[in-house]
Write a protein that binds this ligand. Structure first.
Ligand code: SAM
Length: 194
């Protein structure tokens, strides 16, 4: 699937889509100290046969860990930059993971059937998508009853979405925050259908 691409960041302190040319920083081993894939992915409370959507996976820092937690299920990686999906696929190959699909597109128009995912993950993505409210409404549409949406945001990210903003946008989209964890610097919100 193709899509018109919004503006890439021109500096790492500016707003916009994080460029694939800088993807290596998202895979830096020290990132494990602040964004451990094991810790973040445990918040998805996955079952082995779940169907999971990761929006804006970038080069796949979290993706192999999710795929391992759903050995009978499928992980769909959805990113607006094809280059990011190619990098994520390389990590799957290195990890020996095969239960995934790669889909290119814009999160404001998810090309998936309604009620088709058990869980959705977005880490430092929501503020980049251009229209977070519309994106949350799309996520609500594709989420199955009883499904979970896990959103992690990092202070200092130029596209940071504040907790208060997320709460209001989620409510408008028919979602509600059921759990908030983290620290001043970083939070993870778990959302369910309101
Ligand atoms: C800052 S990176 C985060 C990558 C990954 N979640 C992580 O934390 O390592 C943001 C990612 O979201 C993707 N993205 C931005 N806007 C998007 C949109 N409208 N639809 C889909 N993906 C988008 C970017 O291409 C990029 O891969």
């Amino acid at each position: 699937m193709t899509s018109e691409r919004p503006a890439l960041k021109t500096s790492m302190t500016g707003r916009g889509v994080y460029p694939a040319s800088q993807a290596r920083w998202l895979l830096h081993p020290l990132r494990r100290l602040i964004m451990s894939p094991r810790r973040i992915c445990s918040r998805l409370a996955l079952k082995p046969a779940d169907r999971v959507l990761e929006i804006g996976p970038g080069p796949g820092w979290f993706s192999p860990q999710i795929a391992r937690l759903i050995p009978e299920g499928t992980l769909v990686l959805f990113d607006i930059q094809r280059e990011m999906l190619v990098l994520a696929a390389q990590r799957f190959i290195a990890a020996g993971v095969t239960n995934y699909q790669l889909v290119e597109g814009d999160a404001k128009r998810l090309p998936f059937e309604s009620n088709s995912f058990d869980a959705v993950l977005l880490v430092t993505v929501l503020g980049e998508v251009g229209d977070p409210g519309r994106t949350l409404r799309e996520i609500r549409r594709v989420l199955r009853a009883g499904g979970r949406v896990v959103i992690t945001e990092q202070l200092g990210d130029p596209d940071h979405v504040r907790r208060k903003t997320l709460r209001a946008l989620a409510s408008d989209a028919g979602l509600r925050i059921t759990r908030l964890e983290g620290s001043f610097l970083q939070y993870t919100a778990t959302l369910g259908i309101a």
